[in-house]
Design a binder for this molecule. Structure first.
Ligand SMILES: Nc1ncnc2c1ncn2[C@@H]1O[C@H](COP(=O)(O)OP(=O)(O)OP(=O)(O)O)[C@@H](O)[C@H]1O
Length: 522
């Protein structure tokens, strides 16, 4: 491989992450010299880079309008950069998922056009003695003018003779041909099988057996290979026949790319690249909405994963993202996965029970990719980091606002009921004054003093009346004492509650409160 030793950061500016594969991320980037937009796949060289090297090797030899173009590669700072043509329409899987998310499916004309151009890309590869081995919607891209491009050559192979290495099971489980799964000798016809499964994926939103565990699916494909679209009445005779041809069990009987390019399905339904472009423009909002949702989900998962540290060893149990596209797997010995004919797992034949248990746990946690040696963390991107910080701040702000709301709700009711109580006490107090015809004053003790001074007794009757009145006043005073005491207590309580509301964290408060919340959360 002949990659450049220049620092790629001097040549390109990374704009944003546009996708993520098993071993690294794909960025949209700008070439500084001329402002050209490109796609760059970055893989940390500490992990598995063989597939990227293979991809570079295959891509640099390919010159076809239906294969994503290769512009160069760089090795710098422990990373391998693969610079390629940017396909603004994204992958066909996003289109398929967006449409099914919207409750619709792709029209037959679009399916035919995408399949035809993909087939042309495969035809080019086969003519140059290359097998793709991983044909699926996730590896078919659409550019800004509606051209269809085959991508992801990480598992592609150069045919040295006529047959490929028979010991290696390679590809994505649901799209794998029975001859690969049976470990028979296989050839380029394996790509035709995968194209048939891709046709079903485009029509039905997912490949056959997608609802079952991938390992079981591999056995199901071996034992009961899919051979047609599920609802044949929904589709044209030509489309049904095309799928059936691609899924012919015997590779020798299965048509070649040349034969399929002449198929009546394409003659009847295939349209121009402008048709694809128009379809993309018409459905851009649906696609964007779906991508945003997918991205948010990924960010959440990445944020959770970023709490985990460094390289994730396979035996570390972490929450596994829901995998839409199961990814590509390379297994050197499929028979090491013990299962019976119906796909039920058999009792392990591993010598070390614990090793077996861990391997199976990994498969159910991570999917089949975990059967590869090591899963490396994706490259840390500044965009992702910034998004994580923004999300964290948003999350903390929301939390604080909720807390304030809760405190207000809780104590607001109490304050109201205490105020009501105070009002009632005040009313009863007033009514006692009215009964005794005592003039209202804000200070009751001052009133008593005034009465005392203004009504000095002179006669014994007056003395008696005064004493009686004094006694009554004392009684009244005694009666009011607890009320007064209660009132003071209530005021104190109200003050305390108000202080607590005041002390509660505010959304725009300083970082100390943020830290308190983070600590409490941890
Ligand atoms: N040249 C490109 N232009 C635009 N988007 C791209 C390009 N290459 C890849 N992508 C996007 O990046 C995503 C990840 O691509 P990548 O080839 O790394 O992994 P993958 O094929 O999805 O996964 P795996 O390697 O596990 O099979 C693709 O699904 C696609 O959406």
């Amino acid at each position: 491989m002949n990659e450049s030793l220049m620092n790629p950061e001097d040549c390109y500016r990374l704009e944003c992450v546009i996708g993520e594969g098993s071993y690294g991320q794909v960025y949209k980037a700008t070439q500084l010299e001329n402002g050209k937009v490109v796609a760059i796949k970055i893989v940390p060289t500490t992990g598995e880079i063989e597939s990227l090297k293979r991809e570079i090797q295959i891509l640099r030899d390919c010159r076809s309008d239906n294969i994503v173009k290769y512009f160069g590669s760089y090795h710098s700072n422990g990373q391998l950069w693969l610079v390629m043509e940017y396909c603004a329409g994204g992958s066909v899987i996003d289109l398929v998922k967006a449409m099914s998310f919207n409750g619709s499916s792709l029209p037959e004309e679009l399916i035919a056009t995408i399949l035809y151009q993909t087939l042309k890309g495969i035809d080019y590869m086969h003519n140059h003695k290359k097998i793709h081995r991983d044909i699926k919607c996730g590896n078919i891209l659409i550019d800004h003018i509606g051209n269809i491009k085959l991508a992801d050559f990480g598992v592609s192979t150069q045919l040295v003779h006529t047959m490929a290495d028979t010991d290696t099971v390679i590809g994505s489980p649901f799209w794998m041909s029975p001859e690969i799964l049976l470990k028979s000798r296989y050839n380029k016809k394996t790509d035709i099988w995968s194209l048939g499964i891709t046709a079903i994926e485009m029509a039905e939103g997912e490949p056959p057996y997608a609802h079952i565990h991938p390992i079981r699916a591999m056995f199901a494909i071996k034992n009961n290979p899919p051979n047609s679209l599920t609802d044949q009445n929904k589709w044209s005779k030509e489309f049904n026949t095309f799928v059936k041809k691609c899924l012919i069990l015997d590779p020798k009987e299965r048509p070649s790319t040349k034969e399929l390019l002449q198929d009546p399905f394409f003659q009847k339904f295939c349209k121009s690249r402008e048709y694809v472009q128009q379809f993309m423009i018409k459905n851009s909002r649906v696609i964007e909405n779906y991508k945003k949702q997918k991205q948010n989900k990924q960010h959440e998962q990445q944020f959770e994963q970023s709490q985990e540290k460094g390289i994730v060893q396979l035996d570390t149990l972490v929450e596994c993202e829901e995998e839409e596209d199961l990814g590509t797997m390379i297994v050197n010995d499929i028979d090491a996965i013990p299962m019976n004919e119906t796909g039920t797992m058999l009792e392990h034949q591993y010598q070390d029970a614990e090793v077996y248990e861990k391997a199976m746990n990994r498969v159910s946690e991570y999917g089949l990719q975990s059967l590869n040696q090591m899963r490396t963390p994706v490259t840390e991107s500044p965009f992702r980091k910034q998004k994580q910080i923004e999300d964290k701040i948003q999350q903390l702000t929301d939390e604080m606002n909720n807390e304030i709301k809760k405190i207000k709700q809780k104590y607001g009711d109490q304050i109201q009921s205490l105020q009501k109580l105070l009002q009632q006490k005040h009313e009863s107090h007033k009514s006692v004054h009215e009964q005794k015809l005592i003039p209202q004053s804000t200070n009751y003790y001052r009133q008593l003093d005034f009465k005392h001074k203004t009504s000095a007794p002179s006669t014994p009757v007056q003395m008696q009346t005064k004493q009686k009145s004094q006694q009554e006043n004392i009684n009244l005073e005694n009666q009011l004492k607890p009320t007064k005491f209660q009132q003071t207590n209530l005021q104190k309580l109200q003050l305390q509650i108000q202080n607590r509301i005041h002390d509660a964290p505010k959304p725009d408060n300083n970082s100390k409160i943020l830290k308190q919340l983070i600590n409490r959360k941890n």
